[in-house]
Design a protein around this ligand. Structure first.
Ligand SMILES: NC(=O)c1ccc[n+]([C@@H]2O[C@H](COP(=O)([O-])OP(=O)(O)OC[C@H]3O[C@@H](n4cnc5c(N)ncnc54)[C@H](OP(=O)(O)O)[C@@H]3O)[C@@H](O)[C@H]2O)c1
Length: 249
């Protein structure tokens, strides 16, 4: 698929990886709806960087724990930008709960994490489906994480949601074929993101040492892979792990 003049909805694009993906899509020629939940000014900053690449960009408010907000954001994107060719499910919410502290993983936390990080991407895919299929070629890219494959990360609920997102990718790939491809990236720890801001310098170094390449994940590499999944016409249901070669001890 040619990205020039396509339209993308990128969730969680007010910061971190989502902002970088929105910018990369703009640089590749797409018009972008910049999804944010609370950080309107930050979303406008993302839009400004896309405008400077000569593409349209609009901030779109979205709380993906709320099905009505999802429907409204998708409708606003379609009416403002005219069509939706690409959905990037990047938004997520998590908080640190040690795996061993089972009691601390309350029902409220479990539900918020799963509503945001698993149910939200499904409902967004469902709401976008008619738009993605309308021109015979659509794309969904989900953002999972290394915790989908190893019992690690901020909490058990987050790891389970990210693992389920990998399988949701395969299920949606079957459900939305042949018009829409559905793929997934699973990054490791990335500097300059919300999650990274919660990791101590020692934790960052430990994460680096657990990889074969002794590096954390490059946001640029993730963005390049998202663009590659968007351009590819014969790839669906796949997840690419970008984590420097994680070695689980
Ligand atoms: N950062 C890492 O090292 C890392 C590693 C592996 C995987 N990942 C995954 O990569 C993605 C981006 O991570 P990040 O660290 O770059 O994120 P981040 O900087 O923490 O930003 C999170 C984004 O999600 C939005 N968001 C939160 N709750 C939302 C909700 N209920 N509805 C809609 N949007 C909501 C936030 O919007 P507002 O700020 O506007 O409220 C923000 O734009 C996530 O899926 C994360 O799990 C990240």
């Amino acid at each position: 698929m040619q990205l020039d003049q396509c339209t993308a909805l990128v969730t969680g694009a007010s910061s971190g990886l989502g902002r970088a993906l929105a910018h990369a899509l703009g640089e590749a020629g797409a018009h972008v709806a910049v999804g944010y939940r609370s950080a309107r000014e930050a979303a406008e900053t993302t839009c400004a960087s896309i405008h400077s690449a000569g593409r349209r960009a609009v901030p779109v408010r979205l709380d993906q724990t709320d099905p009505a907000s999802i429907d409204a954001a998708v409708a606003e994107t379609a009416s403002t930008l005219g069509r939706i060719d690409i959905l990037v499910n990047c938004a997520a919410w998590s908080t640190d709960v040690p795996f061993a502290d089972l009691a601390a993983m309350t029902l409220e936390l479990w539900d918020r994490i799963h509503q945001t990080n698993l149910r939200g991407p499904f409902l967004l895919a469902r709401a976008c489906a008619p738009h993605l299929k309308a021109h015979g070629q659509g794309r969904i890219i989900n953002v999972s994480g290394g915790s989908a494959f190893t019992p690690s990360g901020s909490s058990i609920a987050q790891a389970a949601a990210k693992a389920a997102l990998v399988h949701l990718t395969r299920c949606l790939a079957v459900a939305m074929a042949p018009e829409v491809t559905v793929n997934c990236v699973a990054p490791g720890l990335m500097a300059g993101t919300g999650m990274a801001s919660r990791v101590s310098p020692g934790g960052f170094e430990a994460a680096r040492q657990r990889t074969a390449l002794k590096c954390t994940t490059s946001i640029r590499d993730v963005a390049e892979q998202v663009l590659a999944f968007c351009r590819a016409d014969s790839v669906t249901g796949q997840t690419l792990v970008l984590d420097g070669g994680h070695v689980f001890h």
